[in-house]
Ligand binder design. Structure first.
Ligand SMILES: Nc1nc2c(c(=O)[nH]1)N[C@@H](CN(C=O)c1ccc(C(=O)N[C@@H](CCC(=O)O)C(=O)O)cc1)CN2
Length: 304
């Protein structure tokens, strides 16, 4: 099996972060300040703590300021909204991200709606979702934009390709479908009520799986030569004698890699792109807030 089948998101993300570091340095020289990204964490979900800590470290490593705000799991929604309001008003903060999921007593949509759309580097605000839907410039959710970068890096022009997006979340499935449509693919969004998913996948040149069901997409569903993007990060129960279970994606990797033309592994595929694109969005926000133009030379079309 050719090594070249594997789409190495970790390596791509490293290259993107290095480029962002250079552009963040240029920003500091021009603006007389560093770009700033604020991340808000509510509660103690272990995975969220790891992601927030990585975001902080990678932000600083890229030459930007990182502002971390941690609230207790039983903090009120009003407290969280007050933190977001203070970040909206802070000129040192270019991008704001509230780590999801939030505790059950908080209304995620209400919290996201409070973020200034021009600081919404997650691209979750309805204003940015609307901009994406009508093809206007705005912030695009990090995971799907990272997937598009990997696809274009591997395939070049996506025009005319049949793409299936499995999953219709606001965070991944819907924006992913919009991005593929903007790239002139013929797009189908599949979900729990879709009939004969296997047949649909067999007719697709691009498969993006974002359902959160371990290894749901089987290897024999994949069209020979298709490109498979696995967004799932599912931790299996630990094997006997182990404390932690293995992480698998939404695709049966061992089966799919035999047939696919290219495939993202889990871990090391889409996941690392999420934070790299977040830094990209934060830097874009900083340039925009200072009315500066961003040099886009020598970067892939969608990378900055
Ligand atoms: N406000 C947001 N909340 C969440 C987002 C988001 O984009 N914005 N996405 C996810 C979590 N996430 C970042 O926040 C994230 C998920 C996964 C990875 C990653 O690098 N995964 C690794 C494996 C990690 C592991 O071993 O557990 C990989 O796939 O290689 C980075 C960031 C939900 N919340």
């Amino acid at each position: 099996m050719s090594e070249n089948k594997i789409i190495d998101g970790k390596e791509f993300a490293e290259r993107l972060r290095a480029r962002i570091g250079v552009l963040a340095g240029e920003f500091e020289a021009k603006a007389g300040r560093k770009a700033g990204l604020a991340v808000v964490l509510v509660g103690e979900d272990p995975a969220s703590q790891v992601y927030v800590s990585s975001k902080g470290k990678q932000t600083v490593a890229a030459g930007m300021n990182s502002f971390e705000h941690k609230l207790a799991a039983d903090a009120s929604e009003e407290e969280l909204l007050a933190v977001v309001a203070s970040l909206n008003a802070d000129p040192a903060v270019d991008g704001i991200l509230v780590q999801l999921p939030l505790p059950r007593h908080m209304d995620e949509q209400k919290v996201i709606a409070t973020i200034d759309p021009d600081k919404d580097v997650d691209g979750f605000h309805v204003t940015n979702a609307g901009r994406l839907a009508v093809g206007q410039a705005g912030y695009v959710p990090c995971t799907p934009l990272g997937c598009l970068m990997l696809l274009e890096d591997r395939l070049g022009d996506l025009k005319g390709l049949n793409a299936v997006v499995i999953g219709r979340s606001n965070i991944v499935g819907k924006p992913m479908a919009q991005l593929l449509l903007s790239a002139n693919c013929t797009v189908t969004i599949a979900h729990r009520h879709t009939k004969d998913l296997a047949d649909l996948v067999r007719r697709s040149d691009i498969v993006v799986a974002a359902v959160g069901v371990p290894e749901m997409v089987k290897g024999d569903w994949i069209k020979p030569g298709a490109t498979v993007i696995d967004v799932g990060i599912n931790r299996l129960p630990p094997a006997e004698g182990k404390t932690k279970g293995r992480i698998v994606g939404d695709v049966d990797y061992q089966g799919a890699v035999q047939v696919a033309g290219a495939i993202t592994p889990v871990p090391g595929g889409v996941g690392p792109m999420t934070i790299a694109v977040l830094l990209r969005n934060a830097l874009v926000a900083a340039y925009a807030h200072e009315g500066l133009t961003l040099a886009t030379a020598d970067l892939p079309e969608h990378s900055i």
